[in-house]
Design a protein. Structure first.
Length: 466
């Protein structure tokens, strides 16, 4: 009876473990994750690319504000899925801090002012010449000759930064800042101050074109009736080594005035740059796409504001430690054209592949864990059948007690598995009932004083029948 059904019991148990089983929570979770991942990839494919870019601006009406609003208008017109959010800040220092604090994605930074430690260059918006303007026939021909003199600085929102630039240049020549007096003057008073010798020179910082330097040169010429000069800074390259935010620049003759030309010959001096800067955490693909959008829509930007006329691409090989070129921009400049949409679609395609591979790996892992679990279940089934076999040949109550204790441990393991949904009930129920029945039968036989086992008795009865 027990002996003849043992093989059938083993086969039935294995079929229960290896055949159709209810879906486990892990498998359901994996399937759900794969469905969600597929939905995300599909949504990204049909609605990408979309981006919200935060960009700092100066106060309304400022130069930075006018440029940024033009940039936002052109960018959103060309890329409807890009939304520019304007983040108003008080000045360049606040713009740099917003980048450092990751409160913005893009900001305008001046190379010799406050620099965000995590800032990287997307584009150069303007290159301003640092010009020391002196009247015609001035005895001052070099920067060191300014020691003990008074310098005029045009009033305006950038006057503090321009004064700091003056101090940096003076320090290179070992001239204490207090050795050069400076006065801040409105543009309308600069010509008269030079004419009346209230100031020996004027420090103007502006582009080669309409701007502060051209205005100062015009005012001085008008007041003094002569062509102003621009002091040469022959040590510009050396100054750049000490102050990387200041660059050497050659100003061609007539850059600030044509008749008579100012300067009257090419002059080497210094320049500062205004840059579009992003945190170094910005993805390469995003930085490259923004740079491409700026450079390819420059004509549209200029139509909105002449401030965009001097936009230029940074040198991708520039090793300047101050505001280095973003790797994504360098890659774009080195590799050529690749559209914003192409770049994003490539990343989303790769992301879809990664999700697919991740899902396959998860399914494979779950499958392996499931197989290992099935093997563990089969070992427990086999052990229950072995307990039944041993029970049928047990000669003492102590042997049966030991077998029963092991059976109870397996039952406890099975109950915990049922609670977590990890154990299969049908096969274990059959095997547990088989073991319990064998133990109880043998215990009854021992109580009745039979010295042989149930298996031996049944075997003897079968022999007699033969």
């Amino acid at each position: 009876m027990f002996g003849t059904s043992e093989n059938a019991l083993r086969t039935d148990a294995r079929n229960q473990i290896g055949g159709k089983r209810p879906l486990r929570p892990a498998l359901l979770l994996t399937a759900g994750l794969l469905i969600v991942a597929a939905a995300v990839v599909a949504a990204v494919y049909f609605w990408s690319p979309q981006a919200n870019l935060r960009v700092t601006t100066g106060p309304p009406g400022s130069t930075a504000y006018r440029f940024i609003t033009a940039f936002a208008s052109v960018t959103e017109a060309n890329h409807p899925r890009i939304h520019i959010k304007l983040v108003q800040v008080a000045d360049l220092a606040a713009s740099a801090k917003a980048i450092e604090d990751h409160a913005t994605d893009l900001g305008i930074v001046r190379s010799d002012a406050v620099i965000p430690t995590n800032g990287e260059t997307i584009a150069i918006l303007r290159r301003d010449v640092v010009a020391f303007v002196v009247p015609a026939k001035s005895p001052i021909d070099k920067i060191p000759a300014l020691a003990g003199k008074t310098i005029g600085i045009p009033q305006g929102p950038l006057q503090t930064y321009n004064e700091q630039t003056l101090d940096s240049i003076l320090s290179y020549y070992n001239i204490p800042a207090k050795a050069v007096k400076r006065v801040f003057l409105p543009l309308a008073e600069i010509g008269a101050a030079v004419h009346d010798k209230q100031v020996a020179a004027v420090l103007a910082v502006g582009p080669m074109g309409p701007g502060e330097v051209v205005d100062v040169v015009g005012a001085v010429k008008l007041a003094t009736k002569g062509a102003p000069g621009i002091l040469a800074i022959d040590e510009a390259d050396a100054i750049n080594k000490r102050f990387p935010g200041l660059e050497s620049i050659d100003v061609p003759a007539g850059a600030f005035r044509g008749r008579p030309p100012t300067p009257d010959d090419t002059v080497t001096t210094l320049a500062v740059t205004y840059r579009f800067v992003a945190p170094n955490t910005m993805l390469d693909v995003v930085a490259g796409a923004i740079a491409r959008s700026i450079f390819t829509t420059k004509a549209q930007l200029v139509a909105k504001t002449p401030l965009a006329s001097q936009i230029e691409a940074p040198d991708p090989d520039d090793k300047n430690p101050v505001l280095p070129v973003h790797p994504g921009v360098a890659a774009y400049l080195n590799s050529g054209e690749q559209s914003f949409f192409d770049e994003f679609q490539k990343y989303f395609y790769l992301g879809g592949i990664a999700l697919s591979l991740g899902g396959s790996a998860t399914a494979l892992l779950v499958g392996r864990l499931s197989r290992k679990k099935s093997e563990s279940d089969l070992r427990q089934i086999d052990r229950l059948i072995e307990l039944a076999d041993k029970a049928l040949t047990a000669q003492t109550s102590s042997e049966l007690k030991a077998l029963e204790e092991e059976l109870n441990r397996i039952i406890a393991w099975f109950v915990k598995g049922q609670a977590s949904g990890a154990a299969d009930s049908t096969a274990f129920s059959i095997a547990i009932a088989h073991a319990q029945h064998a133990i109880e039968k043998q215990r009854d036989a021992l109580r009745q004083g039979q010295t042989g086992s149930i298996a031996t008795t049944i075997g003897g009865q079968n022999e007699e029948k033969k």
